[in-house]
Design a protein around this ligand. Structure first.
Ligand SMILES: NC(=O)C1=CN([C@@H]2O[C@H](COP(=O)(O)OP(=O)(O)OC[C@H]3O[C@@H](n4cnc5c(N)ncnc54)[C@H](O)[C@@H]3O)[C@@H](O)[C@H]2O)C=CC1
Ligand SMILES: CC(=O)C(=O)O
Ligand SMILES: [Mg+2]
Length: 371
């Protein structure tokens, strides 16, 4: 198969779908790899590093899209990219379709087979291709939140760790999955007073064990959310219902009960966000204010640390990417966890949560593949 990797074009997105190390693996499995010139610049990998790994260098993205059987990316295709996709091509990348009707329509019209990293599953019920970026984003959320909390950035002017004689800042983490765990770890490491709110009691038990009582855990009710949000300096939105639009857990009305200059970091923004007042922002202009509350809603947070992120992402995507390159659609037919990643195939939506969020009919992935 010819596997293509275009340069990412989303705002301040410096990750790359294939590192030179991944290219070597595809080439070793007998595939031809076509990488757009400059695609690895953000991680310090120049065209020669890709050539040494066995890739051919394409002068333009158009050449990659036209000549490749499978496209490996990081972020959801932008409008200029989705018009270049076609029937009989596999797209392997993050998609986040539920809050994105335009992209969904574009991918359906293209006829492409679209496999979304964020809905591939594993045997333990996890999301193995989302997890590494959730680890990064969870950790970054505290760095971003701590920066926004500084007075010059519009925040309350609170140092999360406090100092001897002055109480630390309070951090509320809504959703204690991968993002939540890593955010809590960073916040606790800085010395902040941390609460994690989740609706899964088994998960709260696990978190309590992991932190040995160092963070507070709370079952997710409206009352608990209000209490934690109203006393917090920094609130991290980290909930997920796989494939679906994020539930809006913090309303605009609730902002009036919060401390002026408190900061919301809505990591769940890629699925539409879990605060009513969230809208996606970019690394170039990451924050805005609503009712005195600072919002940070960057949908590609790991793009800020591409050297770490691109390698962590490739570690996770390589195995399934090789399966797709080696066996094409048969890999999807044979492997149920990979098949869970199939969101669109030849114009049909095959992910139930996406179909429900956008008002489409769902076609069961197995029957869509067999058609
Ligand atoms: N903005 C960005 O750059 C990035 C965003 N993300 C996003 O972060 C979000 C979280 O991802 P993960 O931590 O990997 O998901 P996860 O599945 O590991 O964790 C989600 C947690 O939310 C909890 N939850 C669901 N509904 C809830 C409710 N009503 N109240 C409280 N808790 C609730 C679940 O029980 C689960 O523990 C996803 O939308 C993901 O796409 C991930 C990486 C980068
Ligand atoms: C998961 C995701 O949206 C990202 O890494 O950008
Ligand atoms: Mg995202």
């Amino acid at each position: 198969m010819r596997v293509g990797c275009p340069k990412e074009i989303k705002n301040h997105e410096y990750r790359v779908g294939l590192t030179p190390g991944s290219v070597r693996e595809y080439v070793a499995h007998g595939h031809e790899v076509l990488v757009e010139t400059g695609a690895g610049a953000g991680i310090g990998a120049d065209d020669n590093a890709y050539r040494a790994a066995g890739a051919h260098i394409a002068k333009t993205a158009e050449e990659v899209f036209t000549r490749s059987d499978m496209i490996v990316k990081v972020k959801e295709p932008q409008p200029h990219e989705w018009v270049q996709l076609r029937d009989s091509q596999i797209l392997y990348t993050y998609l986040h379709l539920a809050p994105d009707p335009d992209q969904t329509k574009g991918l359906m019209a293209s006829g492409v087979t679209a496999v979304a990293y964020e809905t591939v599953t594993d045997e333990r019920g996890g999301l193995p291709l989302l997890a590494p970026m959730s680890e990064v984003a969870g950790r970054l959320a505290i760095q971003a939140g701590a920066t926004a909390l500084q007075k010059a950035h519009g925040g309350r002017g609170v140092l999360l760790g406090g100092v001897p004689g002055v109480l630390p800042g309070k951090v509320a983490v809504i959703g204690g999955g991968v993002v939540g765990l890593h955010a809590a770890r960073m916040a606790a490491g800085l010395g902040a007073d941390v609460s994690i709110i989740d609706r899964s009691i088994p998960r709260l038990r696990q978190l309590d064990d992991i932190f040995g009582g160092r963070v507070h855990t709370r079952y997710s009710t409206v009352e608990a959310l209000e209490e934690e949000c109203f006393s917090a300096d920094l609130i991290i939105g980290a909930v997920l219902i796989p494939g679906a639009a994020a539930p809006k857990l913090v309303s605009r009305e609730m902002l009036s009960g919060m401390k002026k200059g408190a900061v919301l970091v809505d990591v769940a923004i890629d699925q539409g966000g879990c605060f009513e007042t969230s809208h996606a922002t970019t690394h170039a202009d990451p924050t805005y204010e609503v009712d005195g509350i600072i919002h940070y809603c960057v949908a590609n947070m790991p793009g800020a640390v591409p050297v770490t992120s691109a390698h962590a992402l490739n570690n996770a995507t390589l195995h399934y990417g090789l399966a797709l390159a080696n066996r094409g659609l048969k890999a999807l037919a044979d492997e149920p966890h990979l098949r869970n990643g199939l969101n669109i195939h030849r114009g049909r939506i095959t992910n139930r949560a996406v179909a429900e969020a956008l008002g489409y009919e769902v076609t069961e992935a197995k029957s869509a593949l067999a058609a």
